[in-house]
Design a protein. Sequence first.
Length: 276
Amino acid sequence: MPERFVRILFVGDIVGDAGMLAVSEHLPKLQELYKIDCTIVNGENIWNGKGLSEADAATLFSLGVDCITTGNHIWENWKSKPLLASNLPVLRPLNYPSGNTGKGFCTVTTHSGHTIGILQLQGRIYMSPIDCPFKAADFAVPKLRQTTKVVIVDLHAEATAEKVAFGHYLDGSVSAILGTHTHIQTADDQILPKGTGYITDVGMTGPYDSVLGLKTDIALQRMLLQTAHKYESASGNPKLCGVFLIVDSETGKTTHIERIMLPGLLRSIDKIIESN
């Protein structure tokens, strides 16, 4: 029998080679330190900022990743489509119109014997006007909860208000709602009133000498000239951003949520682990 409390690590948007370098350096240490049962990463920006290659996915799975989520940029590299179409635990936002390649939710069984449900959704404010994420959640969450009470949602969205509203909408129905897409880690990691862990954005895993992972000079040219310039991932000052969760597998409620940035923010967890 697996232990009652399941320890989950979610790593935010991995950008380019620098992001993969940060993951390779820090992920094994975090998995050991936090005694991680399940590792989830957002990988939509690995392939030079746009998409996910089969080789990068294989590297992540070899590092003990259980599921890879993505987002709107996965569609900008058509070479990612075979990966989405595979049976691997690689997700795209569920609420894209039917007919698109890939799946929006899945369950994984961890090395510790826990079953975890993972759901990927995308917001609509300042983004593509796709299907409603709230209604998509109404469809998917009950299906996942037939198998497990531990359900993690990656909400890939731009607008803070939409993410906060979504948190309240699903509070008590899922274990955690973890925001991705903006690449800036927010300082609002919390447990909502009915037991759902929440953070508006997990943050970027990638080069911090950049503009959200993009080379600074290119970003400035885009903004100053208001014309298109080819995307090139930066490389300097790689960091890993993530969130550590402890979830009660019997109730599905989060008992602890903690944001991580390495190098940088890493709290002492001895007392937390002892009390759960």
